[in-house]
Design a protein around this ligand. Sequence first.
Ligand SMILES: [Zn+2]
Length: 272
Amino acid sequence: MRVYISVDIEGISTVVNTTSTGITGHDYERARRQMTAEANAAVLGALAAGASEIVVNDSHGSMTNLVPEELHPAAELIQGRVKPLLMMAGVDAGFDAAIFVGYHSRMHQSGILSHTINSGAVSNVYLNGQPWGETAINAAIAGYYKVPVVLVSGDNEACQEALSYLGVVETVAVKKAISRFSARSLHPQRACQLIEAGVRRALENVGRYQPFCPEGPYTFTVQFIQAGHADMAAMMPGAVRVDGSTVSFSHTDYIEAFRGLRCMISLASQAR
Ligand SMILES: [Zn+2]
């Protein structure tokens, strides 16, 4: 059994604000160790369920957050940028399951540090008119390769979002959001125990889970925070200006549509 694990940081236990998520934050070193510990918990659960190959993808910011020396030796680690599939780099049709650790809810939803890909530029992302966050966007990449997402961990809001899009999926809520910057968290060790048990349980019943494969064609519509972002995004060939702050891109192939989404957001982040 081959298992793919994508690890973000906002949904890690005890992370509540940017002092934990930015490399200059005073709590970052502790947070990246807990991020590594929760990734390891998923690895241990996968090994207990019989995994023979485990790939862990560092999926936050610089994508060099996980501490390699502390990662379980059974896992291989994908780090750094640029990665065309970003938080899903390295996934392919040979994986039996995908796991999302430390995920967060989409921009404008409740939940710790809720955002969608780029909190400085993106207000909302819609796929064929439905608001999508990172969980749905990345689950559909896995789904493109016929890989089901079997477990999502994060705060209670991220778990609820995962259930609402994916239907049948194991969730582990490691903290309960009080506001966007405050949460009641499980003890870090307890969070790891629950992730390990949840991953094991999910993978021992991997046949229960279906790949997330929404029907095409695919139109990604991005509502940016301000018109300057949209001015930049609209320069991408094939992009359509919807209104002052909104740009869309369509394709019959989901990965091509995702590439368009990424390019629009990358361009927008250059707005001055
Ligand atoms: Zn992140």
